[in-house]
Ligand binder design. Structure first.
Ligand SMILES: Cc1ncc(COP(=O)(O)O)c(C=O)c1O
Length: 422
């Protein structure tokens, strides 16, 4: 039987416990279990953004661009080294995950002329599926979907090399999957799937949005070609913070993305008549980056680098195991299911708890219990450990309140507003 004392003893021996004090925690009673959606605000990031705004924008005005002009690459290098296992020169902080996914998908497809199939999975994030549907329609390609939401096909949506291999042939140009699935939290075997697709001559475009900052990614070592992800979840860089793209260095000259903008131009300020692409990741940049956004990413990255991704991944594994133990103790007897792999190496930082009344429960958790999860249709409540600030005590109290709420039936008193943010 796990009790509060046990949770507190886990916090006392947590090597990352001091980092929680470096975040803004406006409501100490609230159990925030949604760092997989939006990370908390680090106090140092708030200060850095204020400094940049007042001194940089307010003080330096346009002369600030002298230092900002290469910032998307500089902070990209920092992010690559801190969280992707990527040597310098392969990451650019830019635009949104969706835009980056579109651009790299098209670049990969163009580099496989004569091939007309794209493979995606049913459980992939909506924006990825919609973008690929659009590309397939525009280019007259075939979009093949792996039906991994079915438990007959995959366990917790997890795609094994054997499952993927059945969808590959010499017509496949591109495979697009997530590293950690947004709903089930299942973690894919990146090197194995990348190699399986490569054996058939196809690129894999990885969406690392739920993996970056939660698991210790080793892109260079794993042979990743191209990947995209966001910075507002486990990277704590703020709502709508700029995203990133990774392109392995030996593909820089091969891959051409749509939209050649002036920031990708070789001699940007000669303002020449035609586009000549800059070398390296700069050639992938379209236009003026958000310096406020980049400042937030840079500051948040320095905290993650200090903590170390090895310790962060270990806390994700321990925190999710702890919540699985609490699920067994309290939630399963109340009719909840667990749709996340039980083995830690097959998951990231969040759990997917299923329940037939999940929509009402998740609203009631927020409104009645002061516990913040999120809800994903049709029946999933996600709860996450964000290793730098989620304490074992917070996870314990959050799930205890959830169990009390559901056993009392009070969740049935709340109204679910269809179509709102969940
Ligand atoms: C896996 C995944 N991919 C893509 C996105 C969309 O990102 P953006 O809105 O930055 O394009 C999200 C957003 O949560 C996501 O979870």
């Amino acid at each position: 039987m796990i009790d509060l004392e046990h949770a507190r003893s886990r916090d006392a021996s947590d090597p990352l416990r001091e980092f929680r004090n470096r975040f803004i925690i406006a409501d100490p009673d609230q159990c925030y279990l949604d760092g997989n959606s939006l990370g908390r605000l680090p106090a140092a990031t708030a200060e850095a953004v204020q400094r940049m705004t007042l001194d940089g924008w307010g003080g330096d005005l346009v002369t600030g661009w002298g230092g900002w002009i290469d910032m998307a690459q500089r902070v990209g290098d920092t992010l690559g080294l801190s969280v992707l296992g990527a040597a310098a020169g392969q990451v650019l902080i830019t635009d949104t995950t969706s835009v980056n996914l579109y651009r790299l998908a098209l670049a990969a497809i163009k580099d496989r002329p004569g091939r007309s199939t794209i493979v995606v999975d049913e459980a992939n994030f909506p924006t990825d599926r919609y973008i690929l549907q659009g590309i397939a329609a525009d280019l007259g390609m075939r979009l093949v979907t792996i039906p991994n939401e079915s438990p007959d096909v995959a366990e917790c949506e997890r795609i094994t090399p054997e499952i993927l291999a059945a969808y590959l042939d010499d017509d496949v140009a591109l495979v697009c999957v997530q590293i950690v699935n947004y709903r089930s939290g299942a973690r894919q075997d990146v090197p194995a799937l990348t190699a399986t697709a490569r054996d058939h001559g196809a690129y894999v475009l990885w969406d690392a949005s739920h993996a970056v900052g939660s698991i210790d990614l080793r892109f260079d070592e794993w042979g990743v070609d191209i990947a995209v992800g966001c910075t507002y979840k486990y990277c704590n860089s703020g709502p709508g913070a700029p995203a990133w793209m990774y392109v392995r260095s030996d593909l820089h000259d091969t891959l051409r993305t749509p939209i050649d903008g002036w920031f990708g131009q070789k001699d940007q300020f000669t303002m020449g008549p035609t586009f000549e692409r800059a070398s390296g990741m700069r050639g992938f940049q379209i236009a003026s980056p958000s310096i406020v956004g980049l400042t937030a990413v840079e500051e948040s990255m320095s905290m993650i680098a200090e903590a170390g991704m090895d310790r962060i991944e270990a806390k994700c594994a321990e925190g999710t195991s702890f919540m699985i133990d609490l699920f067994d103790q309290w939630l399963e007897p109340l009719g909840f299911g667990l749709d996340t792999p039980r083995s830690a190496e097959h998951r990231g930082g969040h759990l997917s708890l299923t329940h037939p009344e999940a929509a009402q429960i998740s609203v009631a958790m927020r409104q009645i219990a002061n516990v913040i999860p999120d809800y994903r249709k049709p029946n999933t409540i996600r709860v996450a450990v964000a290793p730098l600030y989620t304490s074992f005590e917070e996870m314990y109290i959050g799930l205890e309140r959830t169990a009390d709420l559901v056993s009392s039936g009070r969740h049935r008193d709340v109204a679910v507003i269809e179509g709102g943010v969940t």
